[in-house]
Ligand binder design. Structure first.
Ligand SMILES: CC(C)(COP(=O)(O)OP(=O)(O)OC[C@H]1O[C@@H](n2cnc3c(N)ncnc32)[C@H](O)[C@@H]1OP(=O)(O)O)[C@@H](O)C(=O)NCCC(=O)NCCS
Length: 205
């Protein structure tokens, strides 16, 4: 299988998007923004994201566990909200050699390349943690998700009425490590500014 290399042209060059928002890791203290994003998904998007219908209570429970060790969440932040999310999850305790990825983008932000951009981040982080097989599950009729997986040279196979996309990240190197470390520093700075903005908004409300 072809190995995929994701390397930013320079560290941090894709944090700020052409849409005006920012793509970065979600800090554990910000997971309520991911919960709010998942709660805003309509029934069809929830079904596609989780492969079955899920209630608000399920989403509350699910997001409470996103901060567990081995999980990593990326978000698209705009105007104090997270409107697109990518998750990287270990397949077993600790960072083994396999991991799963999952994506969700709100309808108003669809078809603007956000899931594609987030997928690049997921692959880079998987690569930097020695992941040799990154898997993505989606429904058989999810042509968009399959297009994104193909964009990153995934092998697609049909199984149990769904599609499994296998991606083999390249081995980490100096540039991939430095680029992620740089983005992480940016993420912390951006999170502090976002927190200040939230406080100001709540005082005004
Ligand atoms: C699937 C999903 C994540 C895509 O997010 P997005 O930000 O709109 O996707 P992008 O804009 O990055 O890319 C969409 C790609 O699909 C292609 N596409 C759009 N409509 C398509 C269609 N009907 N058939 C095939 N490809 C299509 C686009 O051309 C683009 O590919 P390209 O960049 O090669 O041109 C989003 O629709 C979503 O959240 N769906 C519900 C949850 C879900 O399905 N998650 C996946 C399982 S975990």
């Amino acid at each position: 299988m072809e190995q995929f290399e994701f390397v930013s042209r320079s560290p941090g060059d894709q944090c700020e998007t052409h849409l005006g928002g920012v793509v970065r890791k979600v800090l554990p203290s910000e997971l309520h923004l991911v919960r709010d994003h998942l709660l805003r998904l309509d029934a069809d998007a929830r079904q596609r994201r989780f492969s079955h219908n899920v209630s608000d209570a399920f989403i509350e429970n699910y997001t409470a566990k996103l901060g567990n060790i081995g999980n990593m969440t990326f978000g698209y932040f705009i105007e104090g909200r997270v409107t697109a999310v990518a998750e990287l999850k270990r397949s077993r305790i600790g960072w083994g050699h396999t991991a799963e990825a999952a994506f969700s983008v709100e309808q108003d932000f669809a078809n603007k390349g956000l899931a594609t951009l987030l997928m690049g981040r997921v692959i880079r982080s998987a690569r930097n943690r020695g992941i040799r097989q990154l898997q993505l599950y989606c429904m058989a009729d999810n042509a968009k998700m399959q297009a994104i997986a193909r964009h990153y040279h995934a092998d697609l196979r049909f199984e149990d009425g769904g599609v499994i996309a296998d991606i083999v990240p390249k081995r980490f190197d100096y540039l991939s490590i430095v680029a992620e470390a740089f983005d992480d520093r940016f993420a912390i700075a951006h999170a502090v500014i976002e927190m200040q903005n939230r406080i100001v908004r709540s005082l005004k409300a």
